[in-house]
Design a binder for this molecule. Structure first.
Ligand code: NAD
Ligand code: DEZ
Length: 378
């Protein structure tokens, strides 16, 4: 059995070789001839999986080690009898930590207190829901917009996008990309929406590039609209608009979800799904795969304020380490994907053990996702 795996899937060779012969290949473009004798295909979001790629091949299962599925024509796979699994929620924590890293950087740079801001979250699923919980753990007010969940009768104080635009100081997008249908999200942030944002609003897009109309955003910024902008995703990728990059406050190469834990979870989720598909059920504990983190344990004295939280968050991940390299190479063909392929190891906050002599600090950090414990001061 031949299993093709994207070369940017950590632990894929180690895991899938328990089930068959593994070949690691680039995902953009995928070498067509490798599909000829393959039984299964494990991709990431850069590979368009559709009839054009797979018709006439013997692929029986496709896995995508990603949360987003807009690169996969699921209807075609279904009618072709090809099994499919994604990895919902695999990298949600990573995206939340990217958003925090960006907000804490902007708060320090521009001298504001995050606790005074209202954060509007558009799309309250795996990412948006976790973001809400962590913001609220810090006492930050959130406003939620998720029409599919509201229509489904899910519990929650869901508001209209219009209300968020009027009230939020931070507007952050975490929806799937739907090109049409009742919950179309393509250009959800269009020129009309962007131009109505309050002066000084922080606009964040870490879901899919086309959810924010990049041409409209560029126009608004070029005409001097007072906005702060954080973009991890672009319209289009990998050929992002370098004029837009020059005007945003944080610009990164679609890496918000790229913690080692997030990528490894993606691999294990599709590995488990495929093992079940072929009737050889395996389960993997993530901890058995991950190496020890660079920073294992620190001691924190006293109470937690914004400056201390920022230092702690940036000890694990400072978003500027990914912003600067993109600005250096943007516009050079192939470099966007190279940054993603050679991504420096990044860990989640849970990898850091924090010993706190203040009980409230320990509790807050635990609620934020750090591995925090209270110990009495000596
Ligand atoms: N930048 C990255 O590295 C990265 C990482 C993970 C996910 N993503 C993207 O972010 C998206 C969200 O991730 P997730 O794991 O939270 O997905 P999810 O499916 O768990 O949640 C998405 C939420 O968006 C809501 N939604 C759908 N259409 C909407 C609309 N038009 N307006 C408002 N809400 C809408 C859904 O009801 C759902 O609650 C993914 O689909 C993926 O495209 C990007
Ligand atoms: O949807 C996701 O999970 C992420 O956007 C995505 O996976 C980013 O990484 P890629 O698959 O492009 O390597």
């Amino acid at each position: 059995m031949k299993i093709l795996v994207d070369e940017n899937m950590p632990y894929a060779r180690e895991l899938f070789s328990r089930l068959g012969d593994v070949k690691a290949v680039p995902g953009r473009p995928i070498p067509q001839h490798e599909l000829d004798d393959a039984d299964a295909l494990m991709v990431r979001s850069v590979t368009k999986v559709n009839e054009a790629l797979l018709a006439g091949k013997g692929i029986k299962f496709v896995g995508t080690a990603t949360a987003g599925t807009d690169h996969v024509d699921e209807a075609w796979l279904k009618q072709a009898g090809i099994g499919f699994s994604a990895a919902p929620g695999c990298n949600a924590i990573a995206v939340v930590e990217y958003v925090f890293s960006s907000l804490l950087m902007l708060a320090e740079r521009d001298g504001f207190a995050l606790a005074d801001r209202t954060v509007g979250i558009v799309g309250v699923g795996n990412v948006g829901g976790r973001l809400q919980k962590r913001l609220e753990a810090l006492g930050i007010r959130t406003l939620l917009c998720d029409p599919p969940r509201a229509d489904n009768g899910d519990e929650g104080d869901f508001r209209s996008l219009d209300e968020l635009v009027q009230e939020a100081d931070v507007l952050t997008f975490h929806t799937p990309l739907f090109k049409d249908g009742p919950y179309k999200s393509l250009h959800l942030a269009d020129e009309a929406l962007i131009s109505r944002l309050k002066p000084g609003t922080i606009l964040i897009n870490a879901c899919r590039g086309p959810v924010v109309d990049n041409a409209a955003l560029l126009k608004c910024l070029q005409t001097g609209q007072d906005l702060r902008v954080v973009l991890d995703v672009w319209e289009p990728e990998p050929e992002l608009n370098t004029d837009l990059l020059a005007l945003v406050d944080v610009g990164t190469a679609h890496i918000a979800g790229y913690t080692l834990e997030g990528k490894a979870r993606g691999t294990t989720q599709v590995f488990e799904a495929y093992s079940e598909f072929i009737g050889q059920r395996h389960q993997v504990a993530l901890e058995t795969l991950l190496p020890p983190p660079e920073f294992g344990r620190i001691t924190l004295h006293g109470e937690l304020d914004q400056a201390t939280l920022k230092r702690l968050v940036h000890l694990v991940y400072d978003v500027r380490r990914d912003d600067a390299p993109l600005r250096k190479v943007a516009g050079i063909p192939g470099e966007f994907d190279k940054l993603r392929k050679n991504y420096l190891e990044r860990r989640e906050w849970s990898s850091l053990n924090v010993l706190c002599d203040d009980a409230r600090t320990a509790e807050t950090l635990k609620n934020l996702g750090f591995n925090a414990v209270h110990h009495a001061a000596r």
